[in-house]
Design a protein around this ligand. Structure first.
Ligand SMILES: NC(=O)c1ccc[n+]([C@@H]2O[C@H](COP(=O)([O-])OP(=O)(O)OC[C@H]3O[C@@H](n4cnc5c(N)ncnc54)[C@H](OP(=O)(O)O)[C@@H]3O)[C@@H](O)[C@H]2O)c1
Length: 282
Protein backbone atom coordinates (compact mmCIF):
# COMPACT_ATOMS: atom_id res chain seq x y z
CA UNK A 1 0.00 0.00 0.00
CA UNK A 2 1.27 3.46 -0.90
CA UNK A 3 2.26 5.70 1.99
CA UNK A 4 0.78 9.20 2.09
CA UNK A 5 3.17 11.98 3.12
CA UNK A 6 1.95 15.50 3.89
CA UNK A 7 4.63 18.20 3.97
CA UNK A 8 4.38 21.90 4.77
CA UNK A 9 6.52 24.62 3.21
CA UNK A 10 7.57 22.76 0.05
CA UNK A 11 8.33 25.84 -2.05
CA UNK A 12 12.06 25.86 -1.23
CA UNK A 13 14.72 24.31 1.02
CA UNK A 14 14.24 21.11 3.01
CA UNK A 15 10.58 20.89 2.03
CA UNK A 16 11.31 21.14 -1.67
CA UNK A 17 14.10 18.55 -1.47
CA UNK A 18 11.95 16.04 0.40
CA UNK A 19 9.00 16.62 -1.94
CA UNK A 20 11.25 16.12 -4.98
CA UNK A 21 12.56 12.85 -3.55
CA UNK A 22 9.12 11.53 -2.62
CA UNK A 23 7.60 12.52 -5.96
CA UNK A 24 9.91 9.99 -7.63
CA UNK A 25 8.94 7.07 -5.38
CA UNK A 26 6.47 4.57 -6.81
CA UNK A 27 4.92 3.74 -3.43
CA UNK A 28 4.32 7.27 -2.12
CA UNK A 29 1.34 9.59 -2.38
CA UNK A 30 2.59 13.11 -1.88
CA UNK A 31 0.66 16.06 -0.51
CA UNK A 32 2.96 19.01 -1.12
CA UNK A 33 1.69 22.18 0.48
CA UNK A 34 2.83 25.79 0.17
CA UNK A 35 1.52 29.28 0.71
CA UNK A 36 1.72 29.76 -3.04
CA UNK A 37 1.26 26.58 -5.09
CA UNK A 38 2.66 28.30 -8.21
CA UNK A 39 6.03 27.61 -6.59
CA UNK A 40 5.38 23.84 -6.85
CA UNK A 41 5.63 23.58 -10.65
CA UNK A 42 8.91 21.67 -10.15
CA UNK A 43 6.77 18.65 -9.18
CA UNK A 44 4.74 18.51 -12.40
CA UNK A 45 7.28 16.38 -14.28
CA UNK A 46 6.80 13.56 -11.73
CA UNK A 47 3.02 13.75 -11.39
CA UNK A 48 0.98 10.78 -12.60
CA UNK A 49 -1.92 11.28 -10.21
CA UNK A 50 -0.03 10.55 -6.98
CA UNK A 51 0.69 14.20 -6.13
CA UNK A 52 -1.62 16.76 -4.59
CA UNK A 53 -0.41 20.36 -4.55
CA UNK A 54 -2.39 22.27 -1.96
CA UNK A 55 -2.35 25.81 -0.67
CA UNK A 56 -1.50 25.96 3.01
CA UNK A 57 -0.44 28.80 5.21
CA UNK A 58 0.14 26.97 8.51
CA UNK A 59 -1.24 29.93 10.47
CA UNK A 60 -4.65 29.48 8.78
CA UNK A 61 -6.77 26.95 10.68
CA UNK A 62 -9.45 26.80 7.96
CA UNK A 63 -6.83 25.88 5.36
CA UNK A 64 -5.46 23.20 7.70
CA UNK A 65 -8.93 21.59 7.86
CA UNK A 66 -9.37 21.78 4.09
CA UNK A 67 -5.95 20.25 3.39
CA UNK A 68 -6.73 17.28 5.62
CA UNK A 69 -10.17 16.77 4.12
CA UNK A 70 -8.84 16.96 0.56
CA UNK A 71 -6.00 14.57 1.40
CA UNK A 72 -8.37 12.03 2.93
CA UNK A 73 -10.80 12.30 0.01
CA UNK A 74 -8.00 11.63 -2.47
CA UNK A 75 -5.74 9.15 -0.65
CA UNK A 76 -7.82 7.95 2.33
CA UNK A 77 -5.03 8.18 4.90
CA UNK A 78 -2.08 10.21 6.19
CA UNK A 79 0.97 8.15 7.11
CA UNK A 80 3.63 10.81 7.56
CA UNK A 81 3.22 14.45 8.51
CA UNK A 82 6.31 16.61 8.07
CA UNK A 83 5.96 19.94 9.91
CA UNK A 84 8.64 21.70 7.93
CA UNK A 85 7.43 25.28 7.32
CA UNK A 86 9.39 27.79 9.34
CA UNK A 87 11.22 31.05 9.42
CA UNK A 88 13.90 32.82 11.45
CA UNK A 89 14.55 36.13 13.14
CA UNK A 90 17.92 37.67 13.98
CA UNK A 91 17.88 40.17 16.83
CA UNK A 92 19.22 40.94 20.24
CA UNK A 93 16.81 39.71 22.90
CA UNK A 94 16.43 43.25 24.27
CA UNK A 95 15.50 44.87 20.98
CA UNK A 96 13.30 42.14 19.52
CA UNK A 97 10.11 43.29 17.83
CA UNK A 98 7.26 41.52 19.60
CA UNK A 99 4.91 41.30 16.61
CA UNK A 100 7.66 39.66 14.55
CA UNK A 101 8.43 37.24 17.35
CA UNK A 102 4.77 36.37 17.79
CA UNK A 103 4.35 35.71 14.08
CA UNK A 104 7.41 33.43 14.14
CA UNK A 105 5.82 31.50 17.02
CA UNK A 106 2.59 31.33 15.00
CA UNK A 107 4.44 29.68 12.12
CA UNK A 108 7.21 27.62 13.76
CA UNK A 109 5.38 26.52 16.89
CA UNK A 110 1.61 26.96 16.59
CA UNK A 111 1.56 26.00 12.91
CA UNK A 112 3.16 22.64 13.73
CA UNK A 113 0.96 22.19 16.79
CA UNK A 114 -2.34 22.92 15.03
CA UNK A 115 -1.59 20.77 12.02
CA UNK A 116 -0.46 17.90 14.22
CA UNK A 117 -3.58 18.18 16.38
CA UNK A 118 -5.69 18.05 13.23
CA UNK A 119 -3.87 14.98 11.84
CA UNK A 120 -3.75 12.99 15.10
CA UNK A 121 -7.38 11.72 14.95
CA UNK A 122 -6.61 10.27 11.51
CA UNK A 123 -3.45 8.55 12.70
CA UNK A 124 -5.08 7.28 15.89
CA UNK A 125 -7.83 5.69 13.82
CA UNK A 126 -5.23 4.12 11.53
CA UNK A 127 -3.26 3.00 14.59
CA UNK A 128 -0.14 4.15 12.80
CA UNK A 129 1.66 7.27 11.68
CA UNK A 130 4.82 9.33 11.85
CA UNK A 131 4.92 12.95 12.91
CA UNK A 132 8.04 14.88 12.03
CA UNK A 133 8.91 18.24 13.55
CA UNK A 134 11.63 20.12 11.73
CA UNK A 135 13.23 21.65 14.77
CA UNK A 136 16.86 22.83 14.75
CA UNK A 137 20.06 22.48 16.74
CA UNK A 138 18.80 25.85 18.01
CA UNK A 139 16.00 23.80 19.59
CA UNK A 140 18.60 22.20 21.85
CA UNK A 141 21.15 24.98 22.29
CA UNK A 142 20.57 28.68 22.93
CA UNK A 143 22.66 31.10 20.93
CA UNK A 144 23.24 34.89 20.73
CA UNK A 145 21.15 36.53 17.95
CA UNK A 146 18.67 33.63 17.82
CA UNK A 147 17.02 33.89 21.23
CA UNK A 148 13.41 33.89 20.04
CA UNK A 149 13.99 31.54 17.10
CA UNK A 150 15.49 29.18 19.66
CA UNK A 151 12.42 29.79 21.80
CA UNK A 152 10.12 28.55 19.02
CA UNK A 153 12.20 25.43 18.50
CA UNK A 154 12.73 24.66 22.23
CA UNK A 155 8.96 24.95 22.58
CA UNK A 156 8.43 22.51 19.73
CA UNK A 157 10.95 20.11 21.26
CA UNK A 158 9.10 20.20 24.57
CA UNK A 159 5.63 19.54 23.21
CA UNK A 160 6.72 16.90 20.68
CA UNK A 161 8.88 15.04 23.20
CA UNK A 162 5.83 14.83 25.48
CA UNK A 163 3.50 14.01 22.59
CA UNK A 164 5.75 11.07 21.65
CA UNK A 165 4.93 9.46 25.01
CA UNK A 166 1.19 10.11 24.68
CA UNK A 167 0.80 8.58 21.21
CA UNK A 168 3.10 5.60 21.65
CA UNK A 169 0.17 3.33 22.55
CA UNK A 170 -1.48 4.14 19.21
CA UNK A 171 1.68 3.19 17.30
CA UNK A 172 2.37 6.80 16.30
CA UNK A 173 6.01 7.83 16.19
CA UNK A 174 7.46 11.31 16.60
CA UNK A 175 10.79 12.50 15.22
CA UNK A 176 12.37 15.89 15.95
CA UNK A 177 14.88 16.79 13.24
CA UNK A 178 17.67 19.06 14.47
CA UNK A 179 19.73 20.44 11.58
CA UNK A 180 22.66 22.82 11.98
CA UNK A 181 23.19 25.37 9.17
CA UNK A 182 21.96 24.13 5.79
CA UNK A 183 22.02 25.75 2.36
CA UNK A 184 18.38 26.78 2.00
CA UNK A 185 16.60 30.14 1.93
CA UNK A 186 16.38 30.18 5.72
CA UNK A 187 19.26 32.57 6.58
CA UNK A 188 18.36 34.79 3.62
CA UNK A 189 14.80 35.64 2.66
CA UNK A 190 13.19 33.54 5.42
CA UNK A 191 14.87 35.31 8.33
CA UNK A 192 13.98 38.86 9.24
CA UNK A 193 16.33 41.35 10.85
CA UNK A 194 15.94 45.06 11.32
CA UNK A 195 17.59 47.41 8.84
CA UNK A 196 19.46 49.48 11.40
CA UNK A 197 22.27 48.18 13.65
CA UNK A 198 21.54 46.81 17.09
CA UNK A 199 22.89 48.56 20.19
CA UNK A 200 26.69 48.89 20.22
CA UNK A 201 26.89 47.18 23.59
CA UNK A 202 25.87 43.91 21.90
CA UNK A 203 29.12 43.27 20.04
CA UNK A 204 28.91 39.48 20.18
CA UNK A 205 25.32 39.45 18.96
CA UNK A 206 26.00 41.97 16.18
CA UNK A 207 28.96 39.84 15.03
CA UNK A 208 26.82 36.68 15.10
CA UNK A 209 24.12 38.34 12.97
CA UNK A 210 26.73 39.55 10.49
CA UNK A 211 28.21 36.08 10.35
CA UNK A 212 24.80 34.54 9.54
CA UNK A 213 24.26 37.10 6.76
CA UNK A 214 27.76 36.58 5.35
CA UNK A 215 27.50 32.81 5.29
CA UNK A 216 24.01 32.64 3.74
CA UNK A 217 24.33 30.49 0.63
CA UNK A 218 27.55 28.83 1.84
CA UNK A 219 26.24 26.79 4.76
CA UNK A 220 27.87 23.39 5.30
CA UNK A 221 24.65 21.39 5.23
CA UNK A 222 23.26 19.88 2.03
CA UNK A 223 19.43 19.83 2.15
CA UNK A 224 19.19 17.14 -0.53
CA UNK A 225 21.28 14.78 1.63
CA UNK A 226 19.12 15.75 4.61
CA UNK A 227 15.94 14.82 2.74
CA UNK A 228 17.43 11.42 1.88
CA UNK A 229 18.30 10.73 5.53
CA UNK A 230 14.86 11.80 6.78
CA UNK A 231 13.17 9.58 4.17
CA UNK A 232 15.36 6.56 4.97
CA UNK A 233 14.80 6.89 8.70
CA UNK A 234 11.03 6.90 8.24
CA UNK A 235 11.01 4.06 5.71
CA UNK A 236 13.70 1.71 7.01
CA UNK A 237 13.90 2.52 10.70
CA UNK A 238 10.21 3.00 11.54
CA UNK A 239 10.23 0.72 14.57
CA UNK A 240 13.24 2.48 16.09
CA UNK A 241 12.70 5.95 14.73
CA UNK A 242 14.95 8.31 16.70
CA UNK A 243 13.05 10.91 18.70
CA UNK A 244 15.98 13.25 18.00
CA UNK A 245 17.69 13.27 14.61
CA UNK A 246 20.67 15.64 14.38
CA UNK A 247 21.71 16.63 10.86
CA UNK A 248 25.05 18.23 10.03
CA UNK A 249 28.36 17.91 11.89
CA UNK A 250 27.78 21.02 14.00
CA UNK A 251 24.45 19.78 15.29
CA UNK A 252 26.14 16.67 16.69
CA UNK A 253 29.26 18.31 18.12
CA UNK A 254 27.42 21.25 19.68
CA UNK A 255 24.76 19.06 21.26
CA UNK A 256 27.31 16.54 22.54
CA UNK A 257 29.29 19.37 24.14
CA UNK A 258 26.20 20.89 25.76
CA UNK A 259 24.78 17.65 27.12
CA UNK A 260 28.14 16.26 28.30
CA UNK A 261 28.69 19.55 30.14
CA UNK A 262 25.18 19.42 31.57
CA UNK A 263 25.67 15.82 32.72
CA UNK A 264 28.93 16.78 34.48
CA UNK A 265 27.34 19.83 36.11
CA UNK A 266 24.28 17.90 37.25
CA UNK A 267 26.50 15.20 38.77
CA UNK A 268 28.24 17.93 40.81
CA UNK A 269 24.88 19.42 41.86
CA UNK A 270 23.10 16.15 42.47
CA UNK A 271 23.50 16.01 46.31
CA UNK A 272 22.41 19.64 46.55
CA UNK A 273 19.36 18.97 44.35
CA UNK A 274 18.32 15.87 46.32
CA UNK A 275 18.68 17.79 49.60
CA UNK A 276 15.55 19.78 48.67
CA UNK A 277 13.26 16.69 48.68
CA UNK A 278 11.37 15.63 51.82
CA UNK A 279 13.23 12.92 53.67
CA UNK A 280 11.79 9.44 52.99
CA UNK A 281 10.14 9.35 56.44
CA UNK A 282 8.20 12.61 55.90
N1 LIG B 1 18.36 25.96 6.78
C1 LIG B 1 18.80 25.85 8.01
O1 LIG B 1 19.96 26.15 8.31
C2 LIG B 1 17.89 25.30 9.07
C3 LIG B 1 18.48 24.76 10.23
C4 LIG B 1 17.65 24.24 11.20
C5 LIG B 1 16.29 24.22 11.02
N2 LIG B 1 15.74 24.76 9.89
C6 LIG B 1 14.30 24.69 9.74
O2 LIG B 1 13.98 24.03 8.54
C7 LIG B 1 12.64 24.36 8.15
C8 LIG B 1 12.60 24.64 6.67
O3 LIG B 1 13.36 25.79 6.40
P1 LIG B 1 14.44 25.82 5.24
O4 LIG B 1 15.77 25.79 5.87
O5 LIG B 1 14.13 24.83 4.21
O6 LIG B 1 14.24 27.32 4.73
P2 LIG B 1 13.45 27.91 3.47
O7 LIG B 1 14.10 27.45 2.21
O8 LIG B 1 13.37 29.36 3.72
O9 LIG B 1 12.01 27.25 3.56
C9 LIG B 1 11.05 27.70 4.47
C10 LIG B 1 9.70 27.22 3.98
O10 LIG B 1 8.72 27.58 4.97
C11 LIG B 1 7.63 28.17 4.27
N3 LIG B 1 6.81 29.03 5.12
C12 LIG B 1 7.14 30.16 5.79
N4 LIG B 1 6.08 30.66 6.44
C13 LIG B 1 5.03 29.84 6.16
C14 LIG B 1 3.66 29.81 6.53
N5 LIG B 1 3.11 30.76 7.30
N6 LIG B 1 2.88 28.78 6.08
C15 LIG B 1 3.40 27.83 5.28
N7 LIG B 1 4.69 27.82 4.86
C16 LIG B 1 5.49 28.80 5.32
C17 LIG B 1 8.27 28.94 3.12
O11 LIG B 1 7.28 29.26 2.17
P3 LIG B 1 7.30 30.59 1.26
O12 LIG B 1 8.03 30.23 0.01
O13 LIG B 1 5.86 30.89 1.05
O14 LIG B 1 8.01 31.65 2.05
C18 LIG B 1 9.27 27.89 2.67
O15 LIG B 1 8.64 26.92 1.89
C19 LIG B 1 12.24 25.54 9.03
O16 LIG B 1 11.37 25.08 10.05
C20 LIG B 1 13.57 26.01 9.62
O17 LIG B 1 13.39 26.65 10.86
C21 LIG B 1 16.52 25.29 8.91
Amino acid sequence: MAQTWLITGTSTGFGQELATLLAQKTDVNLVATARNTDKLAYLDQYDHGQILKLELDVTDSQQIKEVIQTTLSKFGRIDVLDNNAGLGYFSTFEEADEATVQYMFDVNFWGSVHLTQAVLPVMRQQKSGVIIGISSDAGLIGEAALSFYSGTKFALEGVFESLAQEVQEDNIKVMLVEPSSFRTDWAGRSSQKKETAFLDDYQVTNAAIQNYSDSAGNEAGNPQAAAQVIYEQVISNTEHLPLHLPLGEMSVTRAQKKFAGLARKFAQLSDLAISTDYSKEE
